[in-house]
Design a protein around this ligand. Structure first.
Ligand code: NI
Length: 268
């Protein structure tokens, strides 16, 4: 990969705001031309359902059957399929901004995309990202969330509960249905929620334990978001967390992943 030269620098005030609130919104993290370019790649990957057979694509908020339209299609690791996504200005700026917020040791962590189809795109329930991850590790990371069109209240812009860093709160699976990927925090006071409508190619940045949410897409255009994750290397915990909400999952995407891995093993 070729890391471009970054063009975004956070002000002292923005850095202070992030540390006080656990999130930050910025009006531009790349150029309109690059948004256009990424959107073409993005639409192709979703139209072709790239990687679905290996568990890289699934319905985040539904039961994810092959013959059912997804209400919240998600794709993991787009860079695995299109490595040039790491050569983007978005990547360079996201990396630079994360270094400003978390320090010089941060590394690329992952990337994913969440698409809310026009009119039927479901909400992403209130959650903390770390609730999805390994209970054996501690994380210090951020997600840089970039919409590929304007993000509004109508199509599902990001919303956050501002506050200083906190521990991981109890979560449960959406509808208590183990086939559904999405987690929901058990208790939430949304009276202090801050919505962040931003232009195409803007970004919100949030810590892995900041509570966040996006509403359903009631508009006539798809809401496309592409997310890069950067952070410190995960640290192994002496005593693992207890995340009972992940123990009961029965995800079709996990089964597809395992079946694909088994097939690959047989072929090698
Ligand atoms: Ni999240």
């Amino acid at each position: 990969m070729t890391l471009k030269e970054s063009t975004v620098r956070l002000s002292e005030e923005q850095i202070r705001y992030y540390h006080q609130n656990g999130f930050l919104a910025i009006p531009a993290i790349t150029t309109p031309e690059e948004v256009e370019h990424i959107r073409e790649i993005y639409d192709r990957l979703f139209t072709e359902k790239t990687g679905r057979d290996k568990g890289y694509q699934f319905d985040l908020a539904g039961t994810d059957e092959d013959d059912k339209e997804s209400v919240l299609p998600q794709m993991l690791r787009l860079t695995q399929f299109v490595p040039e996504l790491k050569d983007t200005l978005f990547y360079a700026n996201a990396f630079a901004v994360t270094r400003q917020l978390l320090g010089p040791d941060v590394q690329y962590w992952d990337d994913h995309a969440i698409l809310k189809p026009a009119r039927i795109g479901a909400e992403t329930p209130w959650h903390q990202d770390q609730a999805y991850w390994s209970p054996q590790h501690d994380y210090n990371s951020v997600s840089i969330w970039m919409p590929l069109q304007e993000a509004t209240m109508e199509n599902g812009c990001m919303q956050f509960i501002p506050g200083p860093e906190q521990g991981i709160l109890p979560h449960h699976t959406k509808d208590n249905d183990p086939r559904i990927h999405a987690l929901v925090v058990d208790q939430i006071d949304t009276s202090r929620a801050v919505a962040c409508p931003i232009p195409a190619g803007g970004a919100t940045i949030h810590h892995c334990r900041t509570l966040h949410y996006t509403g359903p897409n009631t508009s006539d255009i798809p809401r496309r978001a592409y997310i890069l994750g950067f952070g410190d290397p995960p640290k192994e915990r002496a005593v693992p967390y207890d995340f009972p909400w992940n123990a009961t999952k029965k995800l079709a995407a996990a089964e597809r992943r395992e079946a694909a891995a088994k097939k690959e093993q047989q072929n090698s």
